[in-house]
Structures are given as structure tokens and as C-alpha cells.
Write a protein that binds this ligand. Structure first.
Ligand code: C2E
Ligand code: MG
Ligand code: MG
Ligand code: MG
Length: 291
């Protein structure tokens, strides 16, 4: 159960974030200890090939396993971590756990990519690249197995050396994904300047697209543009079969959402995968007329 203190804590939007004082109680003590004690853990959500249903990768999503309050979702503590200087340690901890886990999966023959969400603040940190290179080397995971998801809008908002950092990460082999595409600002400008490898369309354009023409048009245009830019296309928030079929018709590469799986702890992935394999036939495209 969440305590009343946590209930009254509201996630801050990016404008409010800069001015807010989250108070020392939630911040320095609780969250810092949680990171240090390994209570912030990744859950993994599958990213699957839309045409075949085959598992291509997973996205690591942070969960705070609080001994008294239970599981706390990232919207509750990521803004807090960003405002009190703990986001660097949190990101590194998530990267460390996710790359270690991916290396284990690889050693068992499951050669999937792992995606980690980055805060725009990480890109401003001079030793960020050195630190994450250290991690992938320690776990012997090739950098091209790691995708860094960056929310649209964040790069423009935090200029500095962010662009340079992204370019250098790309040169090292990391995949770069533009997350929540369609919800931020200056998206076109960023697409032209940053060497992204993947475009991830926000779920607000995916869920319900089969029954809303405007969503369909935006979805299809975004997919078309991404294809011309030679980016891998990902649709997030696929919750039903109708939207899944639409993504197949539109030629989207990768799908992610509750229809396929909710985020889960690493040890649940093998069992999920077994069930998923049985389900593959139903996820394949329907035969077209005359086939
Ligand atoms: P995101 O990166 O866009 O992640 C997708 C969110 O949508 C996740 O929420 C996921 O659980 C949820 N989701 C997935 N499929 C569906 C679906 O079919 N329907 C619906 N309604 N939701 C779906 P979650 O795990 O609560 O994460 C929220 C956000 O918190 C993430 O959005 C990401 O921006 C941020 N976040 C999570 N982990 C980290 C982290 O380690 N570092 C940073 N900087 N941010 C993180
Ligand atoms: Mg993401
Ligand atoms: Mg997203
Ligand atoms: Mg999001």
C-alpha cells in the first residue's frame, strides 16, 4: 500500500520540475537509499516483429520495489530523481542491470536487444559515455545490442553538448530511438540532426487507430516518413488485435503493448516466451484474398 505521503506526491511536468522542491524526506534519503540498495529494478516489456510476432528485443522500465509501499511506477520517481541529482546514478544502475541481464540472455541463445530509457540530463553529463562504455565492456555486450530511448523534445530543450553526445554514442554502435514520437516539439528538426536508428510512435497515435481516421493518417504518415529516413519503426501501446492488423497493413516493423505483454521481471520472460510461441499463428498477418 502507498503511504499518504506518496499519494500526495504528484509527478511534475517538465516546466514545474525546474522550480519544485521535492523536500529532503522523499529525496535524499529514500530514493538515494533505494538506488544504492538495488530497490530500483528493471521490468522488461517485449518488442516483437509485427509481421512474424518474433521477439526482437525488450525495453527496460524502472520499478521501485519499496519494502513498505509496494511497487512504485516510474512516473512517481523519475521526475524526482531528475530534480534532486539522483538521475545519473539511477540511469547507470538501470543500464548496469539491463546490460547484465541481456548478456545472460545472449549466453542462453536469446540474442535480443535491450532498450534503456535515458533522461535528457544524462546527455549533459561529460562522463556518461565513459560510464556506459565501461558497463557494456564489463558485461561483454556489444554496444549494437543496446538501444537508448530518448523522449522527443528533450534534446532540443537541453541543448549543450547533447547533440554531440548522441552522435558519439551512435559512433560507438548504440542504437538511438526517438521515444513518444508525435508528442514533443521540433521533432522534424531533431530527426534531421540526430543520427537516430529507430522511431517509436507514441501510443496515443496507435491505440484506437483502427477506429479513428485522424489517428490512422498521422500513424501512416509517421511510418512512411520513418521508412524513408531508413529508421526502424516501433509502435507502442498496442492493446488490441484491430490495431495490430492495422500496423501489419501499414508495414510497421516492431510492436509493443499489452496485447503482446505487460512489462515483467526478467525471470518471467522464459515462461512468457513459451506461451507467446504457441500464440504466434494468431499474430501472423491474415492471408490476403487469392492467397
Ligand atoms: P515510455 O518509455 O514511453 O514507456 C512506455 C510506457 O507505456 C511504460 O510505462 C509501459 O508500461 C506503458 N505501456 C506499454 N504498453 C502499453 C499499452 O499497451 N497500453 C498502455 N496504456 N500502456 C502501455 P511505465 O513503465 O510506467 O513508464 C512510464 C515512463 O517512465 C516511460 O515511458 C519512460 O519515459 C519513463 N521511464 C521508465 N523507466 C525509466 C528509466 O529507467 N529512466 C528514465 N529516464 N525514464 C524511465
Ligand atoms: Mg521508452
Ligand atoms: Mg514511449
Ligand atoms: Mg512515455
Amino acid at each position: 500500500k502507498l503511504s499518504s505521503a506518496l499519494r500526495s506526491f504528484k509527478p511534475l511536468n517538465s516546466d514545474a520540475r525546474k522550480h519544485a522542491d521535492p523536500g529532503p524526506s522523499m529525496c535524499e534519503s529514500d530514493l538515494a537509499a533505494a538506488i544504492a540498495n538495488g530497490h530500483i529494478v528493471p521490468y522488461y516489456q517485449p518488442k516483437v516483429d509485427v509481421q512474424t510476432g518474433i521477439l526482437k528485443g525488450v525495453e527496460a522500465l524502472a520499478r521501485w520495489m519499496h519494502p513498505e509501499r509496494g511497487m512504485i511506477p516510474p512516473d512517481r520517481f523519475i521526475p524526482l530523481a531528475e530534480s534532486c541529482g539522483l538521475i545519473h546514478d539511477l540511469t547507470i544502475s538501470m543500464m548496469d542491470q539491463a546490460t547484465a541481464q541481456a548478456a545472460v540472455w545472449h549466453s542462453r541463445g536469446l540474442a535480443i536487444k535491450v532498450a534503456v530509457n535515458l533522461s535528457p540530463l544524462s546527455l549533459e553529463q561529460d562522463d556518461f559515455m565513459q560510464r556506459i562504455m565501461g558497463l557494456v565492456e564489463r558485461h561483454a555486450l556489444p554496444a549494437d545490442r543496446v538501444v537508448l530511448e530518448i523522449t522527443e523534445g528533450s534534446v532540443v530543450a537541453h541543448k549543450g553538448n547533447s547533440l554531440g553526445m548522441l552522435a558519439r554514442l551512435r559512433l560507438k554502435g548504440f542504437g538511438l530511438s526517438i521515444d513518444d514520437y508525435g508528442t514533443g516539439f521540433s521533432s522534424m528538426q531533431q530527426l534531421a540532426r540526430i543520427p537516430f536508428t529507430e522511431l517509436k510512435i507514441d501510443r496515443s497515435f496507435v491505440h484506437g487507430a483502427h477506429e479513428r481516421k485522424n489517428l490512422r493518417v498521422i500513424l501512416q504518415s509517421a511510418l512512411d516518413m520513418a521508412r524513408r529516413l531508413e529508421l526502424v519503426t516501433v509502435a507502442e501501446g498496442v492493446e488490441n488485435m484491430e490495431d495490430w492488423r492495422l500496423l501489419q497493413d501499414f508495414g510497421c516493423n516492431i510492436g509493443q503493448g499489452y496485447l503482446i505483454a505487460k512489462p515483467m521481471p526478467a525471470n518471467e520472460l522464459p515462461l512468457w516466451l513459451k506461451g507467446h510461441h504457441r500464440r504466434l499463428p494468431e499474430l501472423r498477418p491474415l492471408p490476403r484474398e487469392g492467397e
